[in-house]
Design a protein around this ligand. Structure first.
Ligand code: ZN
Length: 87
C-alpha cells in the first residue's frame, strides 16, 4: 500500500479542499434578445429586465451622440453656406 512520503501541511490541504464545493452560477436567457444572462441581472446587450427597458445601452448612447454631432455639423454647414454664397 502506497504511503505518503511527506506530511501535507494545513495550508496545502486547505487549498486543495477550497475548490471542492465550487458550483456553476445559474444562467438564464434574456426574454427580449435571448442572450445568456445571469439571473436577476439587467441584460447589458439590450438594456431590458423582465420585458421592461431599464438601461440605455452603449450602442444607443453612441447612436444618440452621433445624431447630436450630425445636427451640430448641419447647423455649422447652414451658417457657413450663406457666408460663402455672399462672396
Ligand atoms: Zn437582452
Amino acid at each position: 500500500m502506497p504511503v505518503p512520503k511527506m506530511k501535507v501541511s494545513r495550508s496545502r490541504r486547505n487549498k486543495r479542499s477550497a475548490n471542492k464545493n465550487i458550483t456553476m452560477h445559474p444562467v438564464s436567457e434574456c426574454q427580449t434578445c435571448r442572450a445568456p444572462l445571469a439571473s436577476h441581472q439587467v441584460c447589458q446587450g439590450c438594456g431590458y429586465y423582465k420585458g421592461s427597458k431599464i438601461l440605455r445601452t452603449k450602442f444607443e448612447r453612441l447612436h444618440e451622440r452621433g445624431k447630436s454631432r450630425a445636427a451640430q455639423f448641419a447647423a455649422a454647414q447652414s451658417t457657413a453656406q450663406p457666408a460663402e454664397s455672399a462672396e
